[in-house]
Ligand binder design. Structure first.
Ligand code: GLN
Length: 492
């Protein structure tokens, strides 16, 4: 079989469970594609063929024995921010280039327990800070739709592997948009769950009050399968919530689009910098949902101008604290021949961290310093609460809120945006993390450079099922999610 990489997760599951093909065949098929195509895309930081084939054989044995779970034997790629036992976990940084994790993140151990096969670890912006994946120590990943463009970030590798058919689905993390924006740039479906839905244990921390893991895949249905594996309470993460987990697959048709109230925040559609093509595709998708029976309702989200400054205060503040552990002593990069302890600290951190990470440490340390704490950090926390309240007020009128995922389609590689230009590109995603809400990206067509455009739907707390269901039904009525990136077409 040559087209195994075109199958959906459900089709892969059916094929494996009925022994139409084995997990070993499927895994080898993907490993061959990676070998053939990934030199162009540069999405994998580490490929783990031995681990993958051992897991594939175990899955095949379980299937033969008739006690395999539904996803047993299906390959998966992990963002290189999830700790994987015995495998390098770099977070895209020179600081962790030599770090072999002694344990698995909960997301990884859950994936293993479900019988999923780990193909490898994929590229990302350094410590998940960025929107292009260019800040990785391992170099830029390319957008499979056009190799001159970025795949987005920070989960750019996760998006690129799926869009290039180098993995059927992937894990990502989203602190301020890092699942939704690369999903948007690469024509994929990606879900950022409610804060606390998925365990953060073993995820290299960026901004702990914002970080959340989620699935990136071609369709809402594929995402639902992965959510069924990774969602749930974890005693090892005190911020994970002990609340019953939905069956996301069973619920794919449970939400009625007919009568669904979709809020349209008019302030979002007036943002300077919203590209005309993006606006047009998003509006067409909303028209389609309206044709399917949804009711579009104008809502107010008045805090838009506060999103970028608030996030870019809180996220760096938390990052500066989280990244203090990389001191050259315990693990990670250590400079050569330090003359004393101060020299060891200074040079290990100066040499081990890249420019964007250092910029954030500086901003965060400044904002948390004694003289400025109240003026900046405490103030930002107060604004954060106002942003959350703004959403809750809107959810009194509507079921979900629609927005673009990003104001533009993918940037050219090397476009060299200034930090502030890059930060402004996050305007549509940041508030969701500040409020802890779930949100999903769905592909809704292409711009005039043939680059994908994404619609974002933001839900109330714990509405992952509803978001997946709405997008699933939209995808039953449209075919944007089935369009393949150029490099996937060339290697069909
Ligand atoms: N682009 C945002 C940032 O650079 C979001 C990153 C993320 O979600 N990890 O911080």
């Amino acid at each position: 079989m040559t087209d195994l990489h075109r199958l959906s997760i459900r089709e892969l599951s059916e094929g494996l469970q009925s022994s139409k093909f084995s997990s070993r065949e499927l895994t080898q098929h993907y490993l061959k594609r990676i070998e053939k195509i990934d030199a162009q895309v540069k999405s994998y930081v580490t490929v783990t063929p031995e681990l993958a084939l051992a897991q594939a054989d175990a899955a095949d044995a379980a299937i033969q024995a008739g006690n395999a779970s539904v996803l047993a034997g299906i390959p998966l790629a992990h963002k290189d921010i999830f700790c994987t036992q015995g495998v390098r976990t770099s977070a895209g940084s020179k600081m962790l280039d030599n770090f072999i994790s002694p344990y698995d993140a909960t997301v990884v151990s859950k994936a293993k327990a479900a019988g999923l096969v780990t193909l490898g670890k994929v590229n990302m912006d350094e410590f998940a800070m960025g929107s292009t994946s260019e800040s990785s120590y391992y170099g830029a990943t390319k957008n499979p739709w056009n190799l001159d463009y970025v795949p987005g970030g920070s989960s750019g590798g996760s998006a690129a592997v799926v869009a290039a058919d180098l993995a059927p689905f992937a894990t990502g993390t989203d602190t301020g948009g890092s699942i939704r924006q690369p999903a948007s740039f690469c024509g994929l479906t990606g879900l950022k769950p409610t804060y606390g839905r998925v365990s953060r244990f073993g995820i290299i921390a960026f901004a702990s009050s914002l970080d959340q893991a989620g699935p990136m895949a071609r369709s809402a249905e594929d995402c639902a399968y992965l959510m069924n594996v990774i969602a749930g309470h974890d005693a090892k993460d005190s911020t994970s919530v002990d609340k019953e987990v939905d069956d996301y697959v069973a619920n794919l048709n449970a939400t009625s689009v007919k009568g669904l109230r979709i809020g349209i925040p008019k302030q979002y559609f007036n943002v300077a910098g919203l590209a005309a093509d993006v606006k047009a595709r998003v509006e067409e998708s909303l028209k389609k949902l309206e044709d399917m029976g949804a009711i579009l309702v104008e809502v107010d989200l008045n805090m838009v101008e506060a999103y970028v400054p608030t996030y870019y205060l809180i996220a760096p503040a938390e990052a500066s604290s989280n990244l203090s552990r990389y001191d050259g002593v315990r693990y990670g990069y250590r400079c050569e021949n330090p003359v004393d302890l101060m020299d060891l600290y200074k040079r290990s951190r100066s040499e081990g961290f890249g420019e964007e990470v250092k910029r954030r440490i500086l901003i965060g340390t400044y904002a948390l310093s004694a003289g400025y704490y109240d003026a900046y950090y405490v103030k930002a926390q107060k604004v954060r609460r106002l942003i959350q309240q703004d959403f809750l007020k809107a959810f009194e009128q509507v079921d979900v809120i629609a927005a673009p995922s990003a104001p533009t389609t993918a940037y050219k590689i090397g476009a060299n945006l200034s930090p502030t230009e890059m930060y402004l590109g996050d305007v549509y995603t940041l508030a969701v993390n500040l409020a802890g809400l779930p949100a999903i990206n769905a592909p809704v067509g292409l711009d005039d450079h043939n680059l994908p455009v994404g619609l974002q739907l933001i839900g109330n707390y714990w509405s992952e099922s509803q978001l997946l269901s709405i997008v699933h039904q939209y995808q039953q009525n449209t075919d944007f999610h089935t369009q393949r990136a150029a490099i996937a077409e060339e290697n069909a």
